[in-house]
Design a protein around this ligand. Structure first.
Ligand code: ADP
Length: 630
């Protein structure tokens, strides 16, 4: 059975959307013409639709190769909810279930089948594939073929051999969110894409707000943030398992509904916790970077980083899990100087590259150090944060986005020449023998055993900056390191060294002015701000009622709430307040099929809540500086 409809009609009918997003149409057309494609689009841009729609229009089955079981399950559930038949074949199925799915597939019941790369080689699957017309092989997370990428999977290398075995070469469509040059070239070469249409859509995610803060009390800052965003779903990323445990425990004690995820938990515990989060039973997730790949939860309203990740690729990928529904969402990085040291430790002790020879290992390490440097610089740059990220990925922004903490905060320009002189002078007078902490403690006048042991309490600079808080001194120190006024060694005992530029400060009276962030706790934002922008007239009460109904349905059907309707769809509903089917179908995200399933219940809910008091509840004072560019 093939759906011979127009692509736009399918988009509306099954997915409930009126128009394609950037890049989607070109990719779809190319696939339909039989030309290979490589779609490089950021997380949340809508890659799935690019192969799902042609899959519905082509003769033959589409195999979607995907690395993660959770991702497949989620996608298949979404498709089934939209009234489309799809199945997945992976190790989570029992033998019986697997055979049954294959039998149905042979009967042509599924236009789309998700399959794990390891399956491609098995006799049973090959037998199926060789006797069934395969129209397209869509490779999701295609960067997994590349050793340059972060998630290299050797099983991805088997894809080409599999395609070769097929009687007729299907269209090969590859998709990834990783944009670097090396990865792109690897994908084209290794998957042997034939004259592929390359579609790179902007990496900018306009609905995301970016912020960097270095609060003295990180936990307090997070707690404050959560109190300002009650009921919202969010992820808090930590650098280590230990940190996850600590933050999770404290938040639990403080009464938040929170779960956790890291590689030290059992499979079972991870699965339960992940589902608690996805199904909104526990809307807050504290996790290491082990969490998230393949999590397609669209209503994540914020991603907080309780520590700086090791590079911007990781940061953007993790932060990008916020706001996949296109609604305003926030990504805030809470930085502390210790994060650099922790990440340096990870890099130096990385055991992942054992199979490489010494020279290659050192090259990889050097690359990692460079990435860490750029990540650190993100935390200190005074420029537009969005611009900084886009430039890192080879794009150019506008220098000013009006939706990041740098663009929105008034930075203080501070003359730090005196501090710089003391820090650099201290390095020189102690003959470049000590690390960052000893230098800072000395100028600050700390009275610790270490300082006394090193006799730094007798140093000329001891206590000369006792009035400047250490976190400010650390900011100045970082500035000096990042701008090559000082450098650090890479050996076991990291020591601070002078550079050519040091002299300019000490002897030539160079003035150093840096922009310093005012100490500010995270986003003491009003609750209303989460609906800034397009949803200026959202009725919060009504939205909550719709959200409760969605939860009820999700529970009954045992699917995550966002699979029923996304936050964005509910927001539209509460703005438009449709009164009948026709109006309801104009809501973005409501297609025919979903209307049949849920439409009437939501209409009833809307009718019940048209009372004068809820109508009078429209509010929203624009929050300071909260312009939303979407
Ligand atoms: P990706 O795989 O690129 O990370 P998805 O395919 O999961 O992103 O899509 C992200 C979200 O965007 C999903 O909720 C999807 O339904 C939605 N989406 C995709 N295409 C459109 C469109 N044309 N209009 C509106 N929403 C869309």
């Amino acid at each position: 059975m093939k759906l011979n409809s127009d692509k736009k009609q399918l988009l509306k009918q099954y997915f409930g959307y009126d128009s394609f997003r950037e890049g989607q149409e070109g990719l779809i057309d190319s696939i339909l013409e039989g030309r290979d494609v490589l779609g490089i689009m950021p997380t949340g841009a809508g890659k799935s639709i690019c192969y799902q729609i042609p899959a519905l229009m082509m003769d033959g089955i589409t195999l979607v190769i995907s690395p993660l079981i959770s991702l497949m399950k989620d996608q298949v559930e979404s498709l089934n909810q939209a009234g489309l038949h799809a199945a997945y074949l992976n190790s989570s199925l029992t033998m019986g279930q697997y055979r049954k799915a294959l039998a149905y597939a042979r009967e042509g019941r599924y236009p789309i089948i998700y399959v794990a790369p390891e399956r491609l080689e098995t006799d049973e699957f090959l037998d199926f594939a060789l006797h069934t017309p395969i129209a397209m092989v869509a490779v999701d997370e295609a960067h997994c073929v590349s050793q340059w990428g972060q998630d290299f999977r050797p099983s991805y290398l088997k894809i080409t051999a599999f395609i070769d075995k097929l009687e007729k070469r299907p269209v090969v469509a590859a998709f990834t969110a990783t944009a670097t040059k090396e990865v792109k070239e690897d994908i084209i070469d290794i998957l042997m894409l034939q004259n592929p249409l390359l579609a790179t859509t902007g990496f900018d995610r306009k609905n995301l707000y970016f912020g960097v803060l270095s609060p003295r009390d990180r936990y307090g800052a997070v707690k404050n943030y959560l109190e300002c965003h009650p009921g919202d779903s969010g992820i808090i990323y930590c650098l280590t398992r230990k940190m996850v445990e600590e933050v999770w425990e404290k938040l639990g004690e403080d009464g938040f509904s929170v779960t956790k995820y890291h590689a030290g938990l059992s499979d079972r515990e991870r699965k339960i916790n992940q589902e608690d989060f996805i199904y909104d039973r526990k809307p807050l997730m504290v996790a290491t970077n082990a969490f998230g790949m393949g999590i397609d939860k669209s209503n994540v309203r914020f991603v907080l980083h309780y520590g700086m990740p090791k590079n911007l690729e990781s940061y953007y990928q993790e932060a990008g899990r916020a706001g996949r529904d296109g609604q305003p969402a926030e990504c805030i990085l809470l930085y502390s100087g210790q994060d650099v040291i922790t990440n340096q430790f990870f890099i130096e002790n990385n055991q992942d590259n054992q199979e490489l020879d010494e020279l290659m290992r050192e090259t990889v390490k050097e690359r990692d150090r460079e990435r860490l440097r750029k990540m650190t610089f993100y935390c200190f740059t005074n420029e537009c944060l969005r611009d900084y990220i886009l430039r890192y990925f080879g794009e150019y922004g506008d220098n000013y986005c009006s939706n990041c903490s740098n663009c929105l905060t008034q930075f203080e320009k501070v003359d730090v020449t005196d501090q710089a002189k003391a820090l650099i002078g201290c390095v020189r007078s102690s003959r470049q023998r000590y690390g960052v902490n000893v230098i800072i403690d000395t100028v600050h006048g700390a009275s610790t055993a270490k300082i006394r042991n090193y006799r730094m309490n007798e140093n000329f600079y001891y206590g000369t900056l006792s009035k400047v808080p250490t976190h400010k001194l650390r900011q100045v120190m970082n500035y000096l390191l990042l701008h090559d006024y000082l450098s650090v060694t890479d050996d076991e005992y990291v020591t601070v060294k002078l550079t050519e530029k040091s002299r300019a400060v000490l002897e030539d009276d160079e003035i150093i002015v840096m922009k310093m962030t005012k100490d500010k706790e995270p986003a003491a934002k009003t609750k209303t701000e989460k609906f800034k922008g397009e949803s200026g007239s959202v009725n919060q009460n009504l939205f909550e009622k719709l959200r409760a109904l969605r939860m009820e349905i999700a529970r009954q059907e045992k699917v995550p709430p966002y699979i029923v309707f996304s936050d964005k769809t509910l927001t539209y509903m509460s703005i438009i307040r449709p009164k009948n089917k026709e109006e309801m179908l104009t809501v973005s995200g409501v297609g025919e099929y979903k209307f049949e399933k849920y439409g009437e219940r939501f209409l009833a809910c809307l009718r019940e809540n048209q009372s004068p008091e809820t109508q009078g509840d429209e509010r929203e004072e624009a929050s300071a500086g909260g312009t939303q560019d979407s």
